[in-house]
Design a protein around this ligand. Structure first.
Ligand SMILES: C[S@@+](CC[C@H](N)C(=O)[O-])C[C@H]1O[C@@H](n2cnc3c(N)ncnc32)[C@H](O)[C@@H]1O
Length: 438
């Protein structure tokens, strides 16, 4: 992260000028405003190569998203509360929190008072220094000005923002605590004793786990997390674990993290320790709970088993379906398609094939084709197979209409924003009927 240093020095110079003159002169004010709004991300992108940023999980929360994430807790922020961001980067979440803190008599007193309330850590010293400078600049931009005492250096400000590993430290232990998180999302090895997962999973899941263990009951956790934690089947046990240790106050689907990142996020707000209360907020919208029936009541859902680069062309010869062969929203006869040999599971028509890969920006999320025919069919891994429980072509065609309905797309966009549709998500799609019509 050393290549970020020249920019950090610029930020420190600006903050130092503010501290020494007790305010921001107009040209400095403009530069400070830029440093608080998007410029840090641009500088990180231009100074630090993408692979290095990826390894570090260094993607800073823009001001708009930081404000949105903290809005629901704004009424709970006061001069008696404390914030702790264990992976604070250049301080965007702490700055969004400081927006709700009172100003003191002058800039120095404001920086000192905020310094007792704002805690953070990051493994990269460059980010910690930038966070301190930006917090000082934010206090000055908010209007704290004038000073009567000795001016500290920027390094002396915000003593509780320091270098540290957010997966092993503890936060402040007095006062009303808000843990703020936009942790790294990259996959890391999960410790063997972990109850909810194994192998490699998102570091974000581990951060939440650590802060649920470390925080006192009653502490609030506000986190910006990758959508896969909200909807992915790999994180089902993690979600159950979170539910057993905290009250879920809010699950807010946000969409793309920013205009460059290829990841959708959501905001999760928890109160630590209220484990035995029934959760009133669920991980995804609950129209499925109120619908009288779901796709899974009428269909068994499977992932196509053929992985072409893994499975040799051995065994009996079957009609073979893969995503490129599937005309959307039509009925095809599998006899007319390609053939291949396969030794694994096959499916006998009629059934519905749905493309596994789609994006929340597509016009339809579950793009489907009805497959008719007499012979068993081998199905490639980029397709989901929905086998009607009553074995009829009519039920398959009714499903095509359900999946084409815009309510399905909107429901799926809430339920699962990652690009791969899951068996669970498709099984839970409500079977819309007239009563559900708007
Ligand atoms: C996605 S960025 C978000 C930063 C900041 N919270 C924000 O919202 O802008 C994640 C940050 O976590 C830091 N990080 C990665 N692993 C860490 C760890 N084990 N402990 C503390 N910080 C870590 C990275 O350096 C990076 O600054």
């Amino acid at each position: 992260m050393e290549s970020f240093n020249p920019y950090v020095r610029e930020l420190e110079q600006l903050a130092s000028q503010a501290l020494h003159s007790g305010s921001l002169a107009p040209p400095v004010q403009e530069r400070a405003a830029a440093a608080l709004d998007g410029q840090t991300t641009e500088m990180l992108r231009s100074l630090v190569p993408l692979p290095v940023r990826r390894r570090a999980g260094a993607f800073f929360t823009g001001m708009a998203l930081a404000k949105l994430a903290l809005e629901p807790i704004s009424a709970k922020i006061s001069s008696a509360s404390k914030a702790f961001d264990p992976a604070c980067g250049v301080g965007d979440l702490l700055i969004a929190y400081a927006r709700h803190l009172p100003l003191e008599r002058d800039l120095l007193e404001t920086v000192q008072a905020w310094g007792e309330q704002l805690h953070g850590s990051d493994v990269h010293p460059e980010f910690v220094r930038a966070a301190k400078a930006r917090l000082t600049l934010f206090a000055a931009i908010r209007g704290a000005s004038g000073s009567r005492n000795r001016q500290p250096s920027v390094h002396e400000t915000f003593p509780h923002v320091s270098v540290g590993d957010g997966l092993s430290i503890a936060g402040p232990d007095t006062g009303s605590i808000h843990v703020l998180l936009n942790p790294p999302y990259a996959k890391i090895a999960i410790p063997p004793e972990c109850e909810w997962g194994s192998g490699k999973l998102s570091a974000a899941a581990l951060f939440i786990d650590h802060w649920l263990s470390t925080s006192r009951p009653g502490a609030h956790v506000t986190a910006i997390l990758p959508d896969v934690l909200r909807t992915g089947s790999l994180y089902g046990k993690w979600r159950a674990n979170v539910e057993s240790r905290a009250k879920i106050e809010l699950v807010q689907v946000v969409g793309a993290f920013d205009d460059k990142a290829d990841v959708d996020v959501f905001v999760l707000q928890l109160t630590v320790g209220s484990s035995d209360c029934k959760q009133s907020v669920s991980w995804w919208r609950t129209s499925a709970e109120t619908a009288r029936s779901h796709v899974g009541d009428r269909f068994r859902v499977y992932v196509g088993p053929v992985v072409p680069h893994r499975h040799a062309d051995d065994g009996d010869r079957y009609p073979y379906l893969h995503a490129k062969l599937m005309p959307p929203w039509q009925t095809i006869d599998a006899q007319d398609t390609e053939r291949r040999r396969f030794q694994g599971r096959t499916f006998t028509p009629p059934f519905v094939a749905v493309r596994r890969t789609s994006s929340p920006h597509d016009r339809h999320r579950a793009i489907a084709t009805v497959v008719d025919g007499r012979l068993p069919v081998a199905v490639e891994n980029h397709l989901l197979v929905l086998e009607p429980r009553d074995g009829t072509l009519e039920t398959c065609q009714a499903l095509l209409k359900m999946l084409h309905d815009e309510r399905t797309t909107s429901w799926l966009n809430d339920r699962i924003r990652c690009r791969h549709l899951t068996v669970g998500a498709l099984s839970e799609v409500p079977w819309w009927d007239r009563k559900d019509d708007r």
